[in-house]
Write a protein that binds this ligand. Structure first.
Ligand code: GLY
Length: 569
């Protein structure tokens, strides 16, 4: 009998699948009977990711002699199979790592605008923004970066990618049982999958998906096998590339064979700053995540947050005002540094940040300069992986299709979803994207340019030794979730699990509203309203994965908001 087991809040739940299959996967984990584990302690190595099978795959390759980079490759590939809403071959990501010798690695495999892209490509003849085109279907896709990113990561790994890819091939070929959350997500996107594909993909089923059903992806397995046999050209050239371009030609897609052949990974120098005796290492532009994290942490550093108390109105207000100011800078100044000079030094200088907080009035809301109508209308499907290995390598990867299931278009014959990352550009100055974020010149569309991200994979060291590896999905809420998780651990001295699971709040300058999770204190909500804030409840903020080490023991925590799960040994 096949099953999924959940170990939640001390209760072991098992869902039995109707479909019985032989377990033939070469990896030791069982795709028809697996367990979601939210936190644990290990002696040697650990992985925290968005799905239990992906975390198990990372641990499996480390047990086979691989390091944290091998695990990052295997885990991402398995996520592309078992978590199609965000794991991906057709998206992009950022990897930040600190190697055991202290050297830092920053890999930018963010999607890029195709050569035919132009500033006004999403405007109609009246000059109005057509967000349905930047958010859904073929035209929403940027040139995928993930597969190139995996091969760039392999330079730091030990095992051949051909071996690291096998667990993903097995899971795609033989199938795996889906969780209740995945079933609900597939059901809620059924009409999108029908609308944005000429041939209904495997995600469309006559009857509703339910927990324990088996998802088999033969075409995706064949694509993975081409990558296994040919390396990155197995994706960017030959049959896979031809299938992707044929998909573009079925509608209004603009990615060409040339675009695919010319895609490159960029090495970026990580951003580094100190916070209360900790050294924080974040991702630079084209992500805004690292700069925002630097700004908000330095803006609050001089205040006695621990004295104010965890999520007291005083502490929350201070953090909201820091977030408001950082997001205003994001809109005006951040974009792809290869196309726009991002004033990183100016934005992170202590004089500037002090001056920025000079308008902060305790007990009173500052007003953002304008208010828009934008709201969060969809989930923010990105996914994060934190990994620590027995040698002391720290790897933090955030990867995305942008929205849930990206553009919802699956490349026919190749079985993978395309991203809708073009929507992360500012498609018209002042027009909010799907996360309500606005922008201008810095993030305008140009051929070859990478769209501004909020992804914020982060590493923290203490006394020059590994301490925290963290990151999260969540669109514009990403830097604020990482910020609050780090503050929970550093200022409020919480365990990794508590830091991840406590209620979160978010302000992004525009719209001028504070978003809070449903579990946020109603008393503090009222106190904030009295100070002049508009406070709106919203769905979950973030799905944060944290690994923390004290040099002897490793603690791993996966967010309870999703199917996230840890593994280790
Ligand atoms: N697509 C979400 C981000 O990169 O911020």
């Amino acid at each position: 009998m096949n099953s999924i087991s959940y170990f939640l809040g001390g209760i072991f739940l098992t869902l039995w699948a109707a479909d019985v299959r032989a377990q033939t996967s070469k990896a030791p984990f069982n795709p028809y009977h697996y367990t979601i584990t939210k936190n644990g302690q290990f002696n040697k190595a650990a992985v925290a990711s968005g799905h239990p099978l992906a975390s198990e795959a990372g641990v499996y390759v480390m047990r086979q002699g691989g390091n944290a980079f091998d695990a990052a490759i295997a885990t991402q590939l398995v996520l592309a199979v078992v978590y199609p809403g965000a794991g991906n071959l057709g998206g992009g990501g950022f990897l930040i790592a600190r190697k055991t010798d202290g050297k830092l690695v920053g890999l930018d495999y963010r999607e890029a605008a195709p050569a035919a892209a132009h500033r006004n490509m999403y405007l109609n003849t009246a000059g109005n923004a057509q967000t349905q085109l930047s958010q859904n279907g073929r035209m929403a896709a940027g040139i995928p970066g993930t597969v190139a990113g995996l091969f760039a990561t392999a330079q730091h790994a030990r095992l051949p990618v051909a071996r690291l890819i096998q667990p993903a091939i097995d899971l795609a070929e033989q199938g795996f049982v889906i969780t209740a959350k995945e079933a609900a997500a597939l059901n809620s996107h059924k009409n999108d999958f029908i609308q944005y594909n000429s041939v209904p993909p495997v995600f469309v089923k006559a009857t509703a998906w339910k927990a324990g059903d088996t998802l088999v992806q033969k075409e995706l397995a064949a694509t993975l096998r081409r990558i296994q046999q040919q390396g990155a050209p197995g994706f960017y050239e030959g049959e896979t590339a031809a299938l992707l371009v044929a998909e573009m030609q079925k509608g209004n897609g603009i990615i060409t064979l040339e675009d695919l052949r010319h895609y490159t990974v960029k090495e970026r120098t990580p951003l580094e700053f100190d916070y209360k005796g900790h050294h924080v290492i974040g991702f630079p532009p084209p992500s805004s995540g690292g700069i925002i994290l630097w700004q908000v942490m330095k803006m609050i550093e001089q205040y006695p947050l621990a004295q104010y108390g965890f999520q007291s109105a005083q502490a929350v207000q201070l953090m909201i005002e820091a977030e408001r100011r950082a997001f205003a800078d994001r809109a005006a100044h951040m974009g792809d540094p290869d196309f726009y000079k991002v004033p990183v030094q100016a934005l992170t200088s202590s004089t500037y940040l002090q001056q920025r907080m000079s308008s902060f009035t305790p007990g009173k809301a500052t007003r953002s300069s304008a208010i828009t109508e934008s709201r969060f209308t969809e989930s923010e499907e990105t996914t994060h992986i934190s990994i620590y290995d027995a040698e002391g390598n720290m790897v933090s990867v955030t990867t995305t299709l942008n929205g849930s299931y990206g553009s919802k278009t699956v490349v026919a014959g190749a079985g993978f979803l395309l991203n809708n990352e073009m929507d992360d550009f500012s498609i018209k100055p002042g027009v909010p994207n799907k996360y309500g974020a606005v922008g201008g010149e810095a993030n305008a569309i140009q051929p070859g340019k990478r769209m501004l991200s909020s992804m914020c994979p982060v590493l923290v060291t203490r006394h020059n030794k590994p301490y925290i590896i963290a990151g999260t999905p969540g669109g514009t809420t990403i830097p604020t979730s990482v910020f609050q998780t780090l503050v929970n651990m550093i200022d409020f001295r919480m365990s990794a699990a508590d830091a991840v699971n406590k209620p979160k709040f978010h302000h992004q300058w525009l719209p001028d509203e504070v978003y809070v999770e449903k579990s946020f204190s109603p008393i503090v909500k009222q106190q904030l309203e009295k100070m002049g804030y508009t406070v709106t409840e919203r769905a979950a903020i973030g799905r944060t994965e944290v690994i923390c080490t004290n040099g002897k023991q490793i603690t791993a925590a996966a967010d309870s908001r999703g199917d996230d799960s840890i593994a280790g040994f």
